[in-house]
Design a protein around this ligand. Structure first.
Ligand SMILES: [Zn+2]
Length: 156
């Protein structure tokens, strides 16, 4: 499904059609800027190198997160769900593309679990299998593209 609607450019004030979803969006499609201003913005930013990007890192490589186990995450997941229900919120969970084992037919369940207490700044990505007992826990972190290393900050 394609959604299109009229937007007014926040820079030049021209009214234009913005394609919010769907296949084959027009070139220089942006929710805030008209195609002309967006093209100019991209051209202007071309000289500015990208400094950071989000990369997921296994928690076993991060000493201060080593204590967060599968059991910890499952407990937080249940408590987060209870807290949301108490606030009248829907039980929405962010999910990720799973791996599928073609030979056994097993499939992953990959979801995000918000940390609690002193870990509340972290969003943990937990990958479990329906049949296999193995699991993987990682977190989105800020990666410095110039120094080629993680900064230690969570990616928010
Ligand atoms: Zn404009």
């Amino acid at each position: 499904m394609t959604t299109e609607r009229y937007h007014r450019c926040s820079h030049c004030g021209v009214e234009y059609i913005y394609q919010g979803s769907g296949a084959n969006p027009p070139k220089f499609n942006h929710a805030t800027w008209c195609p002309g201003c967006y093209e100019a913005a991209l051209e202007g930013m071309r000289a500015i190198p990208r400094r950071y990007e989000c990369r997921y890192r296994p928690t076993r490589e991060i000493p201060r997160l080593e204590s967060v186990t599968l059991e910890t995450l499952l407990d937080w997941e249940a408590r987060n769900r209870t807290d949301r229900a108490a606030r009248g919120e829907l039980p929405i969970t962010r999910i990720f593309t799973p791996l599928i084992d073609v030979e056994s037919g097993d499939a992953q369940n990959v979801r995000e679990i918000r940390g609690r207490d002193e870990f509340s700044v972290w969003r943990f990505r937990l990958a479990t299998w329906r049949q296999k007992p193995e699991h993987k826990i990682d977190v989105p972190m800020e990666y410095d593209l110039e120094k080629k290393c993680f900064t230690g900050q969570s990616w928010r």
